[in-house]
Design a protein around this ligand. Structure first.
Ligand SMILES: Cc1ncc(COP(=O)(O)O)c(C=O)c1O
Length: 397
């Protein structure tokens, strides 16, 4: 199959599969549960360990089910290879370690990031000797100045920031990183490769929480790192040393999920556009954050970086005059929308950043990021959109 010429939706269904085992070829990749593999000639196993012959040896070094998923992920993200990890956090961690392996241990991070990512930078990486510096990645001049001042070895950003849905100029940030010899790591969980592919803009590592849109059904915890050749070497060698890999059962489920991901994502994006418009007109809603809003502060970057008419399926909103108690009341009143801690699934969910994604940050830190006590983050599912808005309406009243 000449995969490069096929369209994205076709690749999502076929890439990575159809590995022949001799006379027959399974249409989908089976779950390889074996932890170790042997060859009829021990010399071949020796060559596999030496990297001279392709094939599995020990599952921490690579497993055929994971490899099929990795090939699929790399194809969708326009990368040369990928690593499937046990969680999105494990993927972020190993991407940062790989990016800094031969560079100054200084990481320039966007100040709008997922709370657990901020926590990892401040509580794990800084104490282990990585200097972490911060900048507003939506402000190119601030990024340029931070690069000149701190000379980072790597930089970290999200395509759509969590939870205020800002979109930084990824292409320009990548150009700045490349000019400075820094590696750019992009968490693309919220946008997915259907909407934007950071490696095509010059980024060096793309990270996903596989738990979200790509798997999509709320039943897999996983992560992905996608990269190009020179960076795949430290990535794979660190993976062998640290062992953060995804299990083959989850790899199978994730791959099964990805086959319908473009269909789901298109429906989720369309539903989000309707929900955002509906929320903006609701008397109990003070403010809506949505990348498809023509007045979005980053509308110029969005039209340059995103596929036409796809703005992601996340909508955040502030409830008028609400605090923790009113938000809890709203969450408790929901009957269809799940007040559950995740995003990207087929079912619509709301999350309260104050108690979930950004709970580990101090109130001052949250306030500095613009995350108020009345902010709710909504992940739109594939349900009939009238049912979603009807449920939000009865819970808001
Ligand atoms: C943007 C983003 N990156 C990374 C993660 C971490 O993913 P996981 O929960 O799979 O470790 C999350 C989780 O919500 C996320 O929202």
């Amino acid at each position: 199959m000449s995969e490069q010429r096929l369209k994205f939706d076709t690749l999502a269904v076929h890439a990575g599969d159809r590995k022949s085992t001799g006379k027959w070829t399974p249409v989908t990749t089976p779950i390889h549960t074996a932890t170790s593999f042997f060859y009829s000639d021990a010399a071949d196993l020796d060559r596999v360990f030496a990297g001279e012959l392709e094939g599995p040896s020990y599952s921490r070094h690579g497993n055929p089910t994971n490899e099929a998923l990795e090939e699929l992920a790399a194809t969708l993200e326009s990368g040369e290879g990928a690593l499937a990890c046990s969680t999105g956090m494990a993927a972020l961690n190993i991407a940062i370690l790989a990016a800094l392996v031969d560079r100054r241990r200084v990481l320039l991070a966007a100040n709008a990031l997922y709370g657990a990512t901020i926590n990892m930078l401040m509580k794990v990486l800084e104490p282990s000797g990585v200097e972490v510096v911060w900048a507003d990645f939506c402000d190119e001049q601030a990024v340029e100045a931070a690069i000149a001042e701190h000379r980072p070895g790597a930089m970290l950003m999200e395509t759509i920031s969590n939870p205020l849905l800002r979109v930084a100029p990824l292409d320009r940030i990548a150009a700045l990183a490349n000019a400075a010899g820094a590696q750019l790591i992009v968490d693309s969980t919220f946008s997915t490769p259907l909407i934007t592919r950071p490696l095509e803009f010059g980024a060096h590592f793309v990270v996903h929480s596989l738990t979200k849109y790509l798997s999509g059904h709320g039943d897999v915890l996983g992560g992905l790192v996608v990269a190009n050749e020179p960076n795949l070497v430290p990535l794979r060698s660190l993976a062998k040393a640290l062992g953060p890999l995804l299990g083959p059962f989850e790899a199978y489920l994730a791959m099964r999920g990805i086959k319908t991901f473009p269909l789901r994502m298109q429906r989720q994006c369309a539903n989000a556009a309707v929900v955002a418009r509906w929320l903006a007109a609701h008397p109990r809603v003070a403010r809506v954050y949505y990348p498809g809003d023509p007045n979005h502060p980053d509308a110029g970057h969005i039209s340059r970086l995103f596929a036409p008419d796809l703005f992601g399926a996340m909508v955040s909103f502030e409830v008028k005059d609400a605090g923790r108690e009113e938000v809890f009341r709203f969450m408790n009143a929901l009957r269809l929308v799940a007040p559950a801690t995740s995003l990207g699934d087929v079912h619509t969910m709301v999350l309260y950043p104050l108690i979930a994604s950004h709970r580990d940050l101090s109130p001052k830190h949250r306030a500095r990021m613009g995350i108020g006590d009345n902010l709710i983050r909504l992940s739109t599912g594939i349900e009939a959109v009238e049912d979603i808005t009807a449920d939000l309406d009865q819970a808001l009243r």
